[in-house]
Design a protein around this ligand. Structure first.
Ligand code: PAF
Length: 274
């Protein structure tokens, strides 16, 4: 892959990287489309990265559909998309272990607090992919907004020459944010899952007139009335520091973040507030 991309660079071609863990859906394809519109070539990496899972069962059950993914991508473009599907040895040599990172405190909030070692795993794989692929631009979905901010910080702190581009959340018609994990939802859980985005939208409206504390209490109450979904956290945070908001300030922007269990499937989502 390194030799291949060096060749592209010598020909003066620009290329974008779309890092994924496979089980591609329309959300991924929207990242690929965005990357194709801004670069000559696009590398889509497909690698289920073991070090970012804090739950062995989630890692084992994570959908792996490489042939299907390649077919899907070839329908988008056969000439300008390259799939990079390394194995664990290509990435980690002998020891499958993450590096430790500091991301100016972004790593301690929300997903960082609930998923032990998750962002060390993400930092390790993304840094490694940047070293191998050396893309001009890299594309990440805003569904994992905290991950996006952390990768921007990784690039800044490690002085990596790549432009990180965040892309809007892609949703199903009923509002559920697209995720590879959605395929593992039972029919019943899939039916109630749009409640997550519906509640986020109402929280956004309420945040116009109410404090973050009051909105959080309201959201928690809504989920208590919904037996099929278990709220793990709901936080309204400052967009840049990701710290929970105590008092609203006019010159700051905020986002609401949520993590919910639908059976044993963990779903996350977020929405821009003001
Ligand atoms: O968002 C994902 O799918 C993964 O966290 C990523 C960025 C591909 C790293 O494994």
């Amino acid at each position: 892959m390194s030799i291949y991309v060096d060749g592209l660079k010598e020909q003066g071609k620009t290329f974008g990287l779309v890092p994924t863990m496979g089980a591609l859906h329309e959300g991924h394809l929207s990242l690929v489309e965005m990357a194709l519109s801004q670069n000559d070539m696009v590398v889509v990496s497909i690698f289920v990265n073991p070090t970012q899972f804090d739950n062995e069962e989630d890692l084992v059950k994570y959908p792996r559909t490489l042939n299907q993914d390649v077919t899907l991508l070839s329908k988008v473009s056969e000439k300008t998309i390259v799939v990079y599907a390394p194995n664990a040895e290509d990435i980690y040599d002998q020891v499958v272990k993450s590096e430790s990172f500091l991301f100016d405190g972004l790593e301690f909030e929300m997903e960082g607090a609930f998923r032990d070692g998750h962002f060390d795993g993400v930092g390790t794989i993304v840094k490694r992919l940047f070293e191998i692929v050396k893309p001009h631009r890299a594309y990440f979905g805003e569904k994992d907004f905290q991950q996006l901010q952390i990768i921007k910080k990784l690039v800044e702190l490690h002085d990596i020459d790549v432009k990180v581009i965040g892309c809007p959340i892609h949703r199903a018609v009923d509002g559920l944010a697209m995720s590879s994990r959605n395929t593992r939802l039972t029919e019943q859980h899939r039916e109630v899952a749009p409640f997550i985005y519906k509640t986020l939208k109402s929280a956004k409206t309420k945040f116009g007139t109410k404090s973050a504390k009051k909105v959080k209490e309201w959201v928690e109450k809504q989920f208590k009335l919904q037996p099929l979904l278990k709220l793990e956290y709901f936080t309204i945070a400052d967009t840049s520091t990701l710290k929970p908001v105590k008092r609203k300030s006019k010159n700051k922007t905020y986002r609401a973040f949520i993590a919910v269990y639908a059976g044993d499937i963990r779903l996350i989502d977020n929405i821009a507030l003001i």
